[in-house]
Design a protein around this ligand. Structure first.
Ligand code: ADP
Length: 504
Protein backbone atom coordinates (compact mmCIF):
# COMPACT_ATOMS: atom_id res chain seq x y z
CA UNK A 1 0.00 0.00 0.00
CA UNK A 2 2.88 2.28 0.77
CA UNK A 3 4.36 1.61 -2.67
CA UNK A 4 1.00 2.25 -4.22
CA UNK A 5 0.72 5.54 -2.26
CA UNK A 6 4.16 6.61 -3.46
CA UNK A 7 3.16 5.78 -7.03
CA UNK A 8 -0.03 7.80 -6.64
CA UNK A 9 1.91 10.81 -5.24
CA UNK A 10 4.39 10.72 -8.09
CA UNK A 11 1.56 10.49 -10.58
CA UNK A 12 -0.13 13.50 -8.91
CA UNK A 13 3.08 15.56 -8.79
CA UNK A 14 3.79 14.70 -12.43
CA UNK A 15 0.26 15.76 -13.39
CA UNK A 16 0.73 18.96 -11.31
CA UNK A 17 3.93 19.79 -13.12
CA UNK A 18 2.52 18.95 -16.52
CA UNK A 19 -0.89 20.50 -15.84
CA UNK A 20 -2.65 17.10 -15.96
CA UNK A 21 -5.94 16.16 -14.45
CA UNK A 22 -5.32 15.28 -10.83
CA UNK A 23 -9.01 14.59 -10.22
CA UNK A 24 -9.00 11.83 -12.77
CA UNK A 25 -6.00 10.31 -11.10
CA UNK A 26 -7.84 10.58 -7.77
CA UNK A 27 -10.91 8.87 -9.19
CA UNK A 28 -8.82 6.08 -10.73
CA UNK A 29 -6.92 5.66 -7.50
CA UNK A 30 -10.15 5.63 -5.46
CA UNK A 31 -11.62 2.97 -7.69
CA UNK A 32 -8.45 0.91 -7.44
CA UNK A 33 -8.31 1.41 -3.66
CA UNK A 34 -11.97 0.48 -3.19
CA UNK A 35 -11.49 -2.62 -5.37
CA UNK A 36 -8.47 -3.55 -3.29
CA UNK A 37 -10.28 -3.10 -0.01
CA UNK A 38 -13.34 -4.84 -1.31
CA UNK A 39 -11.16 -7.80 -2.27
CA UNK A 40 -9.54 -7.67 1.16
CA UNK A 41 -12.95 -7.73 2.87
CA UNK A 42 -13.99 -10.72 0.85
CA UNK A 43 -10.77 -12.51 1.74
CA UNK A 44 -11.26 -11.68 5.41
CA UNK A 45 -14.82 -12.96 5.29
CA UNK A 46 -13.73 -16.18 3.54
CA UNK A 47 -10.63 -16.97 5.50
CA UNK A 48 -11.03 -15.34 8.87
CA UNK A 49 -11.40 -17.34 12.04
CA UNK A 50 -14.67 -17.10 13.83
CA UNK A 51 -14.94 -14.24 16.38
CA UNK A 52 -12.20 -11.88 14.97
CA UNK A 53 -13.89 -11.20 11.63
CA UNK A 54 -15.93 -8.18 12.75
CA UNK A 55 -12.97 -6.49 14.37
CA UNK A 56 -10.80 -6.89 11.33
CA UNK A 57 -13.51 -5.69 9.01
CA UNK A 58 -13.83 -2.61 11.26
CA UNK A 59 -10.13 -1.97 11.05
CA UNK A 60 -10.19 -2.47 7.28
CA UNK A 61 -13.05 -0.01 7.10
CA UNK A 62 -11.14 2.52 9.19
CA UNK A 63 -8.06 1.95 7.06
CA UNK A 64 -10.10 2.34 3.88
CA UNK A 65 -11.61 5.61 5.17
CA UNK A 66 -8.22 6.91 6.28
CA UNK A 67 -6.69 5.90 2.97
CA UNK A 68 -9.53 7.54 1.00
CA UNK A 69 -9.25 10.65 3.04
CA UNK A 70 -5.48 10.77 2.47
CA UNK A 71 -6.01 10.24 -1.30
CA UNK A 72 -8.44 13.12 -1.45
CA UNK A 73 -6.45 15.44 0.83
CA UNK A 74 -3.28 14.71 -1.11
CA UNK A 75 -5.00 15.43 -4.44
CA UNK A 76 -6.48 18.67 -3.04
CA UNK A 77 -3.13 19.71 -1.63
CA UNK A 78 -1.33 19.02 -4.91
CA UNK A 79 -4.02 20.70 -6.99
CA UNK A 80 -4.01 23.85 -4.90
CA UNK A 81 -0.26 24.15 -4.38
CA UNK A 82 1.83 26.34 -6.65
CA UNK A 83 4.15 24.83 -9.23
CA UNK A 84 7.63 24.16 -7.88
CA UNK A 85 6.59 23.10 -4.43
CA UNK A 86 6.59 19.36 -5.33
CA UNK A 87 9.24 18.52 -2.80
CA UNK A 88 7.26 20.13 -0.02
CA UNK A 89 4.09 18.50 -1.26
CA UNK A 90 5.74 15.11 -1.34
CA UNK A 91 7.03 15.63 2.16
CA UNK A 92 3.65 16.80 3.48
CA UNK A 93 1.76 14.08 1.76
CA UNK A 94 4.07 11.43 3.06
CA UNK A 95 3.87 12.95 6.53
CA UNK A 96 0.08 12.94 6.29
CA UNK A 97 0.20 9.31 5.10
CA UNK A 98 2.41 8.40 8.04
CA UNK A 99 0.12 10.25 10.39
CA UNK A 100 -3.27 9.12 9.09
CA UNK A 101 -2.79 5.77 7.38
CA UNK A 102 0.37 4.16 8.67
CA UNK A 103 -0.85 3.72 12.30
CA UNK A 104 -3.98 2.08 11.03
CA UNK A 105 -1.97 0.04 8.60
CA UNK A 106 0.40 -1.09 11.32
CA UNK A 107 -2.51 -1.83 13.59
CA UNK A 108 -4.01 -3.86 10.76
CA UNK A 109 -0.69 -5.60 10.26
CA UNK A 110 -0.46 -6.35 13.96
CA UNK A 111 -3.91 -7.77 13.88
CA UNK A 112 -3.05 -9.68 10.78
CA UNK A 113 0.07 -11.10 12.43
CA UNK A 114 -1.99 -12.08 15.44
CA UNK A 115 -4.39 -13.62 13.06
CA UNK A 116 -1.59 -15.38 11.24
CA UNK A 117 -0.26 -16.64 14.55
CA UNK A 118 -3.70 -17.94 15.40
CA UNK A 119 -3.86 -19.50 11.94
CA UNK A 120 -0.45 -20.99 12.45
CA UNK A 121 -1.45 -22.45 15.81
CA UNK A 122 -4.66 -23.71 14.37
CA UNK A 123 -2.73 -25.20 11.47
CA UNK A 124 -0.25 -26.85 13.82
CA UNK A 125 -3.09 -28.20 15.91
CA UNK A 126 -4.83 -29.44 12.82
CA UNK A 127 -1.54 -30.95 11.67
CA UNK A 128 -1.09 -32.63 15.05
CA UNK A 129 -4.59 -34.02 14.98
CA UNK A 130 -4.05 -34.94 11.38
CA UNK A 131 -0.89 -36.88 12.29
CA UNK A 132 -2.72 -38.61 15.14
CA UNK A 133 -5.56 -39.35 12.80
CA UNK A 134 -3.10 -40.54 10.18
CA UNK A 135 -1.60 -42.89 12.76
CA UNK A 136 -4.77 -44.22 14.35
CA UNK A 137 -7.10 -44.18 11.41
CA UNK A 138 -5.40 -47.16 9.66
CA UNK A 139 -5.32 -49.03 12.98
CA UNK A 140 -8.99 -48.34 13.54
CA UNK A 141 -9.70 -49.17 9.93
CA UNK A 142 -7.71 -52.41 10.22
CA UNK A 143 -9.48 -53.29 13.48
CA UNK A 144 -12.80 -52.57 11.86
CA UNK A 145 -11.89 -54.63 8.79
CA UNK A 146 -10.67 -57.50 10.99
CA UNK A 147 -13.77 -57.38 13.17
CA UNK A 148 -15.93 -57.24 10.10
CA UNK A 149 -14.06 -60.17 8.52
CA UNK A 150 -14.32 -62.17 11.80
CA UNK A 151 -18.01 -61.40 11.99
CA UNK A 152 -18.51 -62.45 8.38
CA UNK A 153 -16.39 -65.60 8.94
CA UNK A 154 -18.35 -66.57 12.07
CA UNK A 155 -21.64 -65.96 10.30
CA UNK A 156 -20.54 -68.02 7.32
CA UNK A 157 -19.26 -70.78 9.59
CA UNK A 158 -22.49 -70.84 11.58
CA UNK A 159 -24.48 -70.92 8.38
CA UNK A 160 -22.31 -73.70 6.93
CA UNK A 161 -22.63 -75.73 10.13
CA UNK A 162 -26.38 -75.33 10.07
CA UNK A 163 -26.37 -76.46 6.43
CA UNK A 164 -24.07 -79.38 7.26
CA UNK A 165 -26.27 -80.50 10.16
CA UNK A 166 -29.30 -80.30 7.92
CA UNK A 167 -27.54 -82.32 5.21
CA UNK A 168 -26.43 -84.91 7.81
CA UNK A 169 -29.98 -85.22 9.15
CA UNK A 170 -31.21 -85.82 5.62
CA UNK A 171 -28.40 -88.35 5.13
CA UNK A 172 -29.54 -90.13 8.33
CA UNK A 173 -33.04 -90.34 6.93
CA UNK A 174 -34.65 -87.50 8.89
CA UNK A 175 -36.56 -85.79 6.11
CA UNK A 176 -39.12 -84.02 8.32
CA UNK A 177 -37.05 -81.27 9.96
CA UNK A 178 -36.35 -78.16 7.86
CA UNK A 179 -33.43 -75.75 7.90
CA UNK A 180 -34.30 -72.25 9.23
CA UNK A 181 -34.62 -69.57 6.49
CA UNK A 182 -33.96 -65.95 7.54
CA UNK A 183 -35.80 -64.33 4.67
CA UNK A 184 -32.67 -62.56 3.40
CA UNK A 185 -31.65 -63.08 -0.16
CA UNK A 186 -28.20 -64.43 0.63
CA UNK A 187 -26.31 -67.60 -0.24
CA UNK A 188 -27.20 -69.31 3.05
CA UNK A 189 -30.90 -68.77 2.48
CA UNK A 190 -30.60 -69.97 -1.10
CA UNK A 191 -28.73 -73.09 0.03
CA UNK A 192 -31.15 -73.71 2.94
CA UNK A 193 -34.11 -73.34 0.61
CA UNK A 194 -32.48 -75.71 -1.90
CA UNK A 195 -31.78 -78.30 0.84
CA UNK A 196 -35.32 -77.94 2.21
CA UNK A 197 -36.69 -78.40 -1.31
CA UNK A 198 -34.48 -81.45 -1.77
CA UNK A 199 -35.63 -82.90 1.60
CA UNK A 200 -39.26 -82.31 0.65
CA UNK A 201 -38.78 -84.02 -2.72
CA UNK A 202 -36.96 -86.89 -1.06
CA UNK A 203 -39.71 -87.20 1.56
CA UNK A 204 -42.34 -87.29 -1.14
CA UNK A 205 -40.35 -89.81 -3.14
CA UNK A 206 -39.81 -92.01 -0.04
CA UNK A 207 -43.50 -91.80 0.81
CA UNK A 208 -44.33 -92.73 -2.78
CA UNK A 209 -41.89 -95.62 -2.66
CA UNK A 210 -43.31 -96.79 0.68
CA UNK A 211 -46.77 -96.61 -0.75
CA UNK A 212 -45.70 -98.63 -3.79
CA UNK A 213 -43.81 -101.13 -1.59
CA UNK A 214 -46.86 -101.51 0.65
CA UNK A 215 -49.09 -102.08 -2.35
CA UNK A 216 -46.56 -104.55 -3.73
CA UNK A 217 -46.30 -106.33 -0.35
CA UNK A 218 -50.09 -106.56 -0.13
CA UNK A 219 -50.24 -107.93 -3.66
CA UNK A 220 -47.48 -110.45 -2.97
CA UNK A 221 -49.15 -111.41 0.33
CA UNK A 222 -52.40 -112.05 -1.54
CA UNK A 223 -50.45 -114.04 -4.10
CA UNK A 224 -48.63 -115.86 -1.30
CA UNK A 225 -51.95 -116.73 0.38
CA UNK A 226 -53.22 -118.02 -2.92
CA UNK A 227 -50.06 -120.08 -3.42
CA UNK A 228 -50.24 -121.30 0.17
CA UNK A 229 -53.79 -122.47 -0.33
CA UNK A 230 -52.75 -124.15 -3.56
CA UNK A 231 -49.70 -125.62 -1.88
CA UNK A 232 -51.76 -126.85 1.03
CA UNK A 233 -54.21 -128.52 -1.29
CA UNK A 234 -51.32 -130.05 -3.26
CA UNK A 235 -49.60 -131.15 -0.05
CA UNK A 236 -52.81 -132.72 1.21
CA UNK A 237 -53.26 -134.47 -2.12
CA UNK A 238 -49.63 -135.60 -2.16
CA UNK A 239 -49.80 -136.63 1.48
CA UNK A 240 -52.82 -138.78 0.72
CA UNK A 241 -50.95 -140.27 -2.25
CA UNK A 242 -47.85 -140.78 -0.11
CA UNK A 243 -49.87 -142.39 2.66
CA UNK A 244 -51.40 -144.69 0.09
CA UNK A 245 -47.95 -145.44 -1.39
CA UNK A 246 -46.55 -145.87 2.11
CA UNK A 247 -49.27 -148.35 2.96
CA UNK A 248 -48.50 -150.21 -0.26
CA UNK A 249 -44.76 -150.08 0.54
CA UNK A 250 -45.40 -151.34 4.07
CA UNK A 251 -47.34 -154.24 2.57
CA UNK A 252 -44.52 -154.85 0.09
CA UNK A 253 -41.91 -154.74 2.87
CA UNK A 254 -43.95 -157.17 4.91
CA UNK A 255 -44.24 -159.42 1.87
CA UNK A 256 -40.51 -159.06 1.21
CA UNK A 257 -39.70 -159.87 4.82
CA UNK A 258 -41.89 -162.90 4.69
CA UNK A 259 -40.34 -163.89 1.32
CA UNK A 260 -36.87 -163.36 2.78
CA UNK A 261 -37.75 -165.53 5.76
CA UNK A 262 -39.05 -168.15 3.38
CA UNK A 263 -35.93 -167.85 1.28
CA UNK A 264 -33.74 -168.22 4.35
CA UNK A 265 -35.70 -171.21 5.38
CA UNK A 266 -35.64 -172.67 1.89
CA UNK A 267 -31.89 -172.08 1.65
CA UNK A 268 -31.30 -173.66 4.99
CA UNK A 269 -33.40 -176.59 3.93
CA UNK A 270 -31.41 -176.79 0.71
CA UNK A 271 -28.13 -176.67 2.66
CA UNK A 272 -29.39 -179.24 5.09
CA UNK A 273 -30.64 -181.38 2.19
CA UNK A 274 -27.28 -181.06 0.48
CA UNK A 275 -25.58 -181.93 3.72
CA UNK A 276 -27.87 -184.86 4.27
CA UNK A 277 -26.16 -186.85 1.51
CA UNK A 278 -22.72 -186.14 3.01
CA UNK A 279 -23.97 -186.70 6.49
CA UNK A 280 -25.55 -189.94 5.35
CA UNK A 281 -22.19 -190.92 3.87
CA UNK A 282 -20.42 -189.84 7.03
CA UNK A 283 -22.85 -191.73 9.20
CA UNK A 284 -22.70 -194.74 6.85
CA UNK A 285 -18.96 -195.26 7.24
CA UNK A 286 -18.84 -195.29 11.05
CA UNK A 287 -22.05 -197.31 11.03
CA UNK A 288 -20.44 -199.84 8.65
CA UNK A 289 -17.51 -200.44 10.91
CA UNK A 290 -19.66 -200.18 14.02
CA UNK A 291 -21.83 -202.91 12.56
CA UNK A 292 -18.98 -205.09 11.28
CA UNK A 293 -17.08 -204.69 14.51
CA UNK A 294 -20.16 -205.41 16.48
CA UNK A 295 -20.78 -208.48 14.26
CA UNK A 296 -17.26 -209.59 14.80
CA UNK A 297 -17.50 -209.01 18.50
CA UNK A 298 -20.78 -210.92 18.45
CA UNK A 299 -19.27 -213.77 16.47
CA UNK A 300 -16.18 -213.98 18.65
CA UNK A 301 -18.22 -213.82 21.77
CA UNK A 302 -20.61 -216.52 20.45
CA UNK A 303 -17.75 -218.82 19.60
CA UNK A 304 -16.19 -218.46 22.99
CA UNK A 305 -16.29 -221.59 25.12
CA UNK A 306 -14.21 -220.15 27.76
CA UNK A 307 -12.44 -217.02 28.58
CA UNK A 308 -10.81 -215.46 25.48
CA UNK A 309 -7.13 -215.74 24.83
CA UNK A 310 -4.89 -212.80 25.01
CA UNK A 311 -5.14 -212.20 21.19
CA UNK A 312 -8.86 -212.60 21.07
CA UNK A 313 -9.22 -210.27 23.97
CA UNK A 314 -7.08 -207.60 22.32
CA UNK A 315 -8.97 -207.83 19.00
CA UNK A 316 -12.23 -207.71 20.83
CA UNK A 317 -11.20 -204.54 22.63
CA UNK A 318 -9.98 -202.91 19.40
CA UNK A 319 -13.29 -203.69 17.69
CA UNK A 320 -15.22 -202.23 20.50
CA UNK A 321 -12.99 -199.10 20.57
CA UNK A 322 -13.55 -198.57 16.86
CA UNK A 323 -17.24 -199.01 17.37
CA UNK A 324 -17.12 -196.38 20.07
CA UNK A 325 -15.16 -194.00 17.83
CA UNK A 326 -17.64 -194.44 15.02
CA UNK A 327 -20.49 -193.83 17.36
CA UNK A 328 -18.68 -190.75 18.65
CA UNK A 329 -18.37 -189.39 15.10
CA UNK A 330 -22.04 -189.95 14.54
CA UNK A 331 -22.72 -188.02 17.75
CA UNK A 332 -20.59 -185.07 16.62
CA UNK A 333 -22.20 -184.93 13.17
CA UNK A 334 -25.62 -185.00 14.68
CA UNK A 335 -24.61 -182.25 17.10
CA UNK A 336 -23.36 -180.04 14.22
CA UNK A 337 -26.54 -180.68 12.29
CA UNK A 338 -28.48 -179.59 15.33
CA UNK A 339 -26.45 -176.42 15.50
CA UNK A 340 -27.24 -175.55 11.86
CA UNK A 341 -30.92 -176.24 12.17
CA UNK A 342 -31.27 -174.66 15.58
CA UNK A 343 -34.95 -173.76 15.79
CA UNK A 344 -34.52 -170.55 17.79
CA UNK A 345 -32.06 -168.76 15.52
CA UNK A 346 -33.31 -165.36 16.57
CA UNK A 347 -31.43 -165.68 19.79
CA UNK A 348 -28.32 -163.58 19.87
CA UNK A 349 -25.46 -163.09 22.27
CA UNK A 350 -21.72 -163.58 22.49
CA UNK A 351 -20.60 -166.15 19.96
CA UNK A 352 -17.32 -168.01 20.16
CA UNK A 353 -16.27 -167.66 16.55
CA UNK A 354 -13.49 -170.22 16.90
CA UNK A 355 -16.02 -172.89 17.80
CA UNK A 356 -18.41 -171.86 15.05
CA UNK A 357 -15.72 -171.82 12.38
CA UNK A 358 -14.31 -175.19 13.43
CA UNK A 359 -17.77 -176.68 13.54
CA UNK A 360 -18.47 -175.43 10.01
CA UNK A 361 -15.15 -176.90 8.88
CA UNK A 362 -16.06 -180.28 10.31
CA UNK A 363 -19.42 -180.26 8.63
CA UNK A 364 -17.85 -179.39 5.28
CA UNK A 365 -15.02 -181.89 5.71
CA UNK A 366 -16.63 -184.57 3.54
CA UNK A 367 -16.95 -182.05 0.67
CA UNK A 368 -13.36 -180.85 1.03
CA UNK A 369 -11.65 -184.14 1.71
CA UNK A 370 -11.02 -185.37 -1.83
CA UNK A 371 -10.50 -181.89 -3.28
CA UNK A 372 -8.08 -179.98 -1.09
CA UNK A 373 -6.20 -179.74 2.15
CA UNK A 374 -7.99 -177.70 4.80
CA UNK A 375 -5.64 -175.40 6.66
CA UNK A 376 -7.04 -173.66 9.71
CA UNK A 377 -5.35 -170.58 11.18
CA UNK A 378 -7.88 -169.66 13.75
CA UNK A 379 -6.50 -167.44 16.47
CA UNK A 380 -7.99 -167.05 19.87
CA UNK A 381 -10.27 -164.23 18.73
CA UNK A 382 -12.72 -162.50 21.10
CA UNK A 383 -16.41 -163.43 20.90
CA UNK A 384 -18.56 -161.63 18.40
CA UNK A 385 -22.20 -160.72 18.92
CA UNK A 386 -24.86 -162.67 17.09
CA UNK A 387 -26.40 -166.03 16.48
CA UNK A 388 -24.08 -169.04 16.29
CA UNK A 389 -26.30 -171.17 14.00
CA UNK A 390 -26.64 -168.41 11.44
CA UNK A 391 -22.91 -167.65 11.48
CA UNK A 392 -22.16 -171.35 11.17
CA UNK A 393 -24.43 -171.43 8.14
CA UNK A 394 -22.41 -168.60 6.57
CA UNK A 395 -19.00 -170.25 7.01
CA UNK A 396 -20.33 -173.68 6.00
CA UNK A 397 -21.70 -172.16 2.81
CA UNK A 398 -18.39 -170.41 2.05
CA UNK A 399 -16.42 -173.61 2.68
CA UNK A 400 -18.71 -175.72 0.49
CA UNK A 401 -18.50 -173.11 -2.29
CA UNK A 402 -14.68 -173.17 -1.96
CA UNK A 403 -14.71 -176.95 -2.20
CA UNK A 404 -17.02 -176.86 -5.24
CA UNK A 405 -14.63 -174.48 -6.99
CA UNK A 406 -11.90 -177.17 -6.91
CA UNK A 407 -11.95 -180.18 -9.20
CA UNK A 408 -11.85 -183.45 -7.11
CA UNK A 409 -8.79 -185.62 -7.21
CA UNK A 410 -5.94 -183.18 -6.79
CA UNK A 411 -5.85 -182.79 -3.06
CA UNK A 412 -2.11 -182.14 -2.85
CA UNK A 413 -2.23 -179.27 -5.34
CA UNK A 414 -5.12 -177.46 -3.71
CA UNK A 415 -5.70 -175.79 -0.44
CA UNK A 416 -8.56 -174.23 1.42
CA UNK A 417 -7.51 -171.86 4.18
CA UNK A 418 -9.71 -170.84 7.06
CA UNK A 419 -8.21 -167.80 8.76
CA UNK A 420 -9.65 -165.92 11.73
CA UNK A 421 -7.90 -162.95 13.31
CA UNK A 422 -8.49 -159.78 15.22
CA UNK A 423 -7.90 -156.68 13.10
CA UNK A 424 -6.97 -153.18 14.23
CA UNK A 425 -10.44 -151.73 14.38
CA UNK A 426 -11.82 -153.99 17.11
CA UNK A 427 -13.34 -156.26 14.58
CA UNK A 428 -12.81 -159.94 13.88
CA UNK A 429 -12.06 -160.96 10.32
CA UNK A 430 -12.57 -164.47 8.97
CA UNK A 431 -11.22 -165.35 5.53
CA UNK A 432 -12.05 -168.41 3.44
CA UNK A 433 -9.39 -168.75 0.72
CA UNK A 434 -9.27 -171.37 -1.97
CA UNK A 435 -7.10 -172.27 -4.93
CA UNK A 436 -10.10 -173.08 -7.09
CA UNK A 437 -11.28 -171.91 -10.49
CA UNK A 438 -11.83 -168.29 -9.39
CA UNK A 439 -14.59 -165.97 -10.51
CA UNK A 440 -14.37 -164.05 -13.82
CA UNK A 441 -14.28 -160.26 -13.33
CA UNK A 442 -17.59 -159.66 -15.10
CA UNK A 443 -19.34 -162.06 -12.69
CA UNK A 444 -17.64 -160.90 -9.49
CA UNK A 445 -20.24 -158.19 -8.83
CA UNK A 446 -23.09 -160.59 -9.32
CA UNK A 447 -22.18 -163.44 -6.97
CA UNK A 448 -24.17 -161.86 -4.09
CA UNK A 449 -27.30 -161.50 -6.23
CA UNK A 450 -30.08 -163.92 -5.25
CA UNK A 451 -30.46 -166.83 -7.70
CA UNK A 452 -27.14 -166.12 -9.41
CA UNK A 453 -25.44 -169.45 -9.94
CA UNK A 454 -23.05 -171.04 -12.36
CA UNK A 455 -23.84 -174.53 -11.16
CA UNK A 456 -26.00 -176.94 -13.17
CA UNK A 457 -29.72 -177.05 -12.50
CA UNK A 458 -30.45 -179.08 -9.43
CA UNK A 459 -26.98 -178.51 -7.92
CA UNK A 460 -27.04 -174.79 -7.08
CA UNK A 461 -29.89 -172.52 -6.06
CA UNK A 462 -27.91 -169.24 -6.28
CA UNK A 463 -29.14 -168.26 -2.83
CA UNK A 464 -26.15 -169.15 -0.68
CA UNK A 465 -24.11 -165.92 -0.92
CA UNK A 466 -27.13 -163.58 -0.85
CA UNK A 467 -28.29 -165.31 2.33
CA UNK A 468 -24.73 -165.01 3.73
CA UNK A 469 -24.65 -161.28 3.02
CA UNK A 470 -28.06 -160.81 4.58
CA UNK A 471 -26.96 -162.67 7.75
CA UNK A 472 -23.65 -160.79 8.01
CA UNK A 473 -25.37 -157.40 7.49
CA UNK A 474 -27.84 -158.32 10.24
CA UNK A 475 -24.82 -158.88 12.50
CA UNK A 476 -23.46 -155.39 11.71
CA UNK A 477 -20.70 -156.92 9.64
CA UNK A 478 -19.42 -156.88 6.05
CA UNK A 479 -18.67 -159.54 3.50
CA UNK A 480 -16.49 -158.98 0.45
CA UNK A 481 -14.83 -161.05 -2.24
CA UNK A 482 -11.55 -160.99 -4.15
CA UNK A 483 -10.92 -163.37 -6.98
CA UNK A 484 -8.67 -164.08 -9.90
CA UNK A 485 -9.97 -166.43 -12.56
CA UNK A 486 -7.91 -169.64 -12.60
CA UNK A 487 -6.03 -168.83 -9.39
CA UNK A 488 -8.54 -168.78 -6.58
CA UNK A 489 -10.93 -166.80 -4.46
CA UNK A 490 -10.98 -165.20 -1.05
CA UNK A 491 -14.18 -164.38 0.85
CA UNK A 492 -13.63 -161.98 3.73
CA UNK A 493 -16.13 -161.62 6.59
CA UNK A 494 -15.67 -158.84 9.14
CA UNK A 495 -17.72 -158.81 12.38
CA UNK A 496 -17.77 -156.45 15.37
CA UNK A 497 -16.62 -157.93 18.65
CA UNK A 498 -19.24 -158.48 21.35
CA UNK A 499 -19.93 -155.29 23.31
CA UNK A 500 -18.76 -153.15 20.36
CA UNK A 501 -21.07 -152.00 17.53
CA UNK A 502 -24.79 -152.73 17.63
CA UNK A 503 -25.94 -155.71 15.63
CA UNK A 504 -28.93 -157.98 15.15
P1 ADP B 1 -24.82 -171.59 -5.39
O1 ADP B 1 -23.64 -172.09 -4.66
O2 ADP B 1 -26.06 -172.29 -5.09
O3 ADP B 1 -24.56 -171.42 -6.86
P2 ADP B 1 -24.08 -169.18 -4.13
O4 ADP B 1 -24.84 -167.91 -3.94
O5 ADP B 1 -23.50 -169.78 -2.95
O6 ADP B 1 -25.06 -170.10 -4.90
O7 ADP B 1 -22.92 -168.92 -5.19
C1 ADP B 1 -23.21 -168.18 -6.35
C2 ADP B 1 -22.14 -168.43 -7.36
O8 ADP B 1 -20.93 -167.82 -6.96
C3 ADP B 1 -21.74 -169.84 -7.56
O9 ADP B 1 -22.64 -170.49 -8.50
C4 ADP B 1 -20.35 -169.75 -8.15
O10 ADP B 1 -20.40 -169.51 -9.54
C5 ADP B 1 -19.83 -168.57 -7.47
N1 ADP B 1 -18.93 -168.87 -6.36
C6 ADP B 1 -19.22 -168.83 -5.04
N2 ADP B 1 -18.13 -169.17 -4.30
C7 ADP B 1 -17.14 -169.41 -5.17
C8 ADP B 1 -15.77 -169.78 -5.04
N3 ADP B 1 -15.18 -169.96 -3.82
N4 ADP B 1 -15.03 -169.96 -6.15
C9 ADP B 1 -15.59 -169.77 -7.37
N5 ADP B 1 -16.87 -169.40 -7.56
C10 ADP B 1 -17.65 -169.25 -6.48
Amino acid sequence: MTDDALGYLHALLQAHETGGDTRALLAAQETRSQAGFSRLRTLVQQEHLEGSEAEELLRIEQLAQAHLQWLRSSEARVREAPVGSEATLLHEALSAFRAQVTPLLESAWALERTDLEAHKRYGQQTLHWGQLLGLFAPLVALTLVFSLATLIYLNIRRALRTLLRGAERIGEGDLTSELPVNGDIDEYDLMAQAINRMATQLRESVQERERLAKAEAEASEREMRRYNALLEATVQQRTAQLEETNARLTDSVKQLQSTQAQLLFADRLATIGQLAAGVGHEINNPLTFILSNLNYAQQVVSELDAAPTGVERRELLEALAEAREGAERVRLIVRDLKMLSHPDDRESGPVDLVKVVRSAAKMAAHEIRDRARLVQQVENVPPVHGNSARLCQVFLNLLINAAHAITPGQVERNEIQLVARMDDSQRVTVEVRDTGCGIPEDKLERVFEPFFTTKPVGEGSGLGLSVCRSIISAHGGKISVESEAGRGTTFRVSLPVHGGEACA
